[in-house]
Design a binder for this molecule. Structure first.
Ligand code: PHE
Length: 345
């Protein structure tokens, strides 16, 4: 083997390397070509150097020199290409993973009170500021508290299972918050000044103004010398506070077994200020409550001195107050938990 043969082989390797290098474009094929030429055991160039001993002695030095030069060239070429490929891949990764800081984020929603709770609390606040305390009573109630002790005669239509949910012979889901009147008077002697907000239940089908479950707030005041004008004044004050100072309150004669005299309570229409619109059906008034002076018969059930004390009571729908306050025409919206509705409050 002549030195020409030896260096010729090296030139052939160099050419082959150069042409192969031209098609190396990524880290992986770069690693492949490095292995192919420079791997210690089987690299095309490495094996040439390992076979140095097969050359005539006088050619070995020259061959070794050229081979080492080529090795350096290949290494340098590979290193340069490696830098290029690394930069290019970094660049394309940056482009691929670019963060668009102008994109809208995922806003984390913060919970808040349900509109009914807002109104419930607001009503509580108004009465607390007038010196009332807030009472509570059971939703599953006996017919005694819901009807008997409230002076409902036997056979009164409200007792009918078609109107009232019975859970036992004498147990029902309370149909109003008035039983809390009796429970309160059983516990404490006058003066009594309480309200009781809570859930009530009636066998009504769902429609825009009815639901089998809704909310009422009850009010009871008993003391010496309480009169009908105290009732009127309290209702007036409450409505002005809740709906605004221009709100008027009016009482119409009505009947409830547990009050005498009884009244239906209207407020001047909050939508037309009393001039007449679709909501108040042109009357200028909207009915919001039942009210009256505590019926003396009730005092017999709770050991109050009917000669000494008088009192008033009223009860109204919290849902109805919320509908009027927020101009909502469908009661069911409160119970459907539709986020687009609830988010508005
Ligand atoms: N409990 C009556 C109702 O549910 C309302 C009311 C309460 C009437 C207090 C008079 C006094 O309709």
């Amino acid at each position: 083997m002549s030195s020409n043969d030896g260096t010729g082989r090296l030139r052939a390797i160099e050419q082959k390397f150069n042409s192969e290098l031209a098609s190396v474009h990524d880290a992986r094929s770069l690693e492949d070509i490095r292995t192919r030429y420079l791997s210690r055991k089987s690299g095309l160039l490495t094996t040439q150097l390992q076979n140095l001993g097969e050359l005539p002695k006088d050619q070995r030095a020259e061959f070794g020199r050229v081979a080492n030069q080529l090795k350096s060239k290949i290494e340098a070429a590979l290193d340069t290409l490696q830098t290029t490929i690394f930069e290019r891949e970094k660049q394309s990764a940056l482009e691929r993973e670019t963060l668009d800081v102008t994109l809208p984020g995922n806003r984390r929603r913060i919970g808040h009170r349900h509109p009914l709770t807002i109104v419930w609390k607001e009503i509580e606040d108004i009465f607390i500021s007038m010196g009332y305390t807030v009472e509570d009573g059971p939703e599953i109630e006996s017919t005694y508290y819901n009807f008997d002790a409230l002076n409902f005669p036997v056979g009164h239509p409200a007792r009918d299972p078609r109107d009232t949910f019975y859970v036992g012979e004498n147990m029902i889901l309370r149909t109003h918050t008035s039983p809390v009147q009796v429970r309160t008077m059983e516990k404490v002697q006058p003066p009594v000044r309480i309200i009781c907000p809570g859930r009530v239940f009636r066998r009504d089908a769902f429609d825009p103004t009815h639901s089998p479950m809704f909310h009422q707030v009850e009010c009871l005041v008993v003391d010496e010398g309480i009169t009908f004008s105290d009732l009127k004044g309290t209702l007036e004050r409450f409505h002005k506070q809740f709906f605004g100072e221009k709100t008027k309150t009016r009482l119409r004669p009505s009947f409830f077994p547990f009050v005498e005299p009884g009244a239906e309570v209207d407020i001047s229409c909050v939508f037309c200020d009393g001039s007449g619109c679709r909501v108040c059906k042109g009357t200028g008034w909207i009915e919001v409550m039942g009210a009256g002076m505590v019926h003396p018969n009730l005092y017999g059930f709770v050991n109050y001195d009917a000669e000494k004390y008088t009192g008033f009571a009223f009860g109204g729908g919290i849902d109805r107050y919320a509908m009027l306050k927020y101009n909502i025409n469908d009661l069911q919206l409160f119970f459907q938990n539709e986020m687009r509705f609830l988010q508005q409050f």
